[in-house]
Design a protein around this ligand. Structure first.
Ligand code: NAD
Ligand code: LMR
Length: 337
């Protein structure tokens, strides 16, 4: 059978004219996200100032002559963009600019993610799955989900897979082990500097990571100090490090993480991390979009429950959750949710 004859999936990407969009769209068109047997139609949403860039990307997508690509539409109208979408990647967001307070940033993004959630609610496919990449990703996802009452909250996620992958990569270097040998890492909380990258349940080639670190670093205290003073801040502040070194925020790695997130949601995966709408798991207040350990059987992500958090881990998770609560309350005060 011709591998490209399956039914066509509509994938909408917002902020498609930006740098993540440029790193993302060609890989979706190639089949890297949904698989080699799933034709895709791409809908690119931009604001008027970004349309020319998105249109140029659409021309290049055409020039790629991707066998799976069944069309590219560019628009600045959310309802046109989300019509029939089964996958929506919400990348476009208002960046923080000089003089902007946190509240201003939340208000500006509420003005984007509220209407986009409402448009998704009105015109997306019944099976739509939504991944929010644009920052502040967790709270933007919360706003979009709250604005789409007919779409089950489980279908909304915010991207913390990049943080997860950053954690794997740092451990691989520290343990001199292949990334593929490391399992059971968790990013808890917000996609921000308060996040908690946790290795308490992680293994390397089947062995507990804390033990392997203690052996390499000269004891359990040295391993603990490395985790607290090097690993956690490095992962949690990696986005800022990339901005400092590169001069702009992570793009190809973020696009790669978004591809991995969706691929694993629809094809299934063992343990990874994603920010989902809380149902009260791990005492995270219901409704917050919080990063958890998750697994997928190919029908979206589910939180892995029942893990023990020690006192230090609990404190770290609580601090990140407190930040999420503050963001939610600021958005509530604006009357957005
Ligand atoms: P970018 O500035 O290069 O592109 C963003 C694009 O979004 C621009 O072309 C802009 O015109 C467009 N846009 C703005 N408002 C829009 C709207 N209402 N509708 C449609 N498009 C809109 O930025 P980027 O580097 O592509 O990053 C995009 C976002 O992703 C940023 O918020 C960034 O902080 C975030 N990000 C998140 C992660 C993560 O792990 N969650 C990682 C990296 C970047
Ligand atoms: C990242 O993690 O790279 C992005 O969210 C950008 C940032 O501001 O950290």
């Amino acid at each position: 059978m011709d591998a490209t004859t399956g039914s066509t999936t509509t994938v909408t990407v917002t902020g498609a004219g930006g740098q993540i969009g440029y790193a993302l769209l060609f890989r979706i068109a190639s089949g890297a996200m949904l698989g080699p047997d799933r034709p895709v139609r791409l809908r690119l949403l931009e604001i008027p100032q970004g349309l020319a860039s998105a249109e140029g990307t659409a021309l290049e997508l055409q020039d790629g002559a991707f066998p799976l690509l069944r069309g590219v539409d560019v628009t600045d109208d959310p309802r046109t963009a989300f019509e029939g979408a089964s996958i929506a990647l919400l990348v476009g967001a208002r960046p923080r600019t000089a003089g902007m307070e946190r509240g201003d940033l939340l208000a500006a993004n509420a003005g984007i993610f509220g209407p986009q959630g409402a448009a998704l609610n009105a015109v997306a496919a019944d099976d739509v799955q939504v991944l929010v990449v644009g920052n502040p990703a967790n709270t933007n996802a919360l706003i979009a989900a709250a604005s789409a009452p007919d779409i089950p909250a489980e279908r909304f996620a915010a991207l913390t897979r990049l943080d997860h992958d950053r954690a794997l990569a740092q451990l691989a270097v520290a343990l001199d082990a292949p990334v593929a040998d490391i399992h059971g890492v968790t990013i808890w909380g917000n996609h921000s500097a308060t996040q908690f990258p946790d290795v308490a349940h992680a293994t390397v080639a089947g062995r507990p990571v804390p033990d392997a670190l203690a052996e390499r670093l000269g004891g359990a205290d040295a391993a603990r100090a490395w985790l607290d003073d090097v690993f956690i801040p490095r992962v949690a502040q990696r986005g800022a490090e990339i901005i400092r070194v590169r001069g702009s925020s992570s793009a190809a790695s973020a696009a790669n993480a978004a591809i991995s997130h969706v691929r694993d949601a629809v094809h299934g995966t063992e343990w990874t991390s994603a920010a989902l709408v809380s149902h009260g798991e791990y005492d995270v207040p219901e409704g917050l979009v919080c990063s958890f350990p998750v697994t997928s059987d190919g029908d979206g992500y589910r939180v892995i429950e029942g893990l023990e958090l020690d006192e230090r881990g609990r404190r770290r998770l609580d601090a990140s959750v407190a930040e999420l609560v503050a963001e939610r309350d600021a958005v509530r005060a604006l009357g957005v949710i």
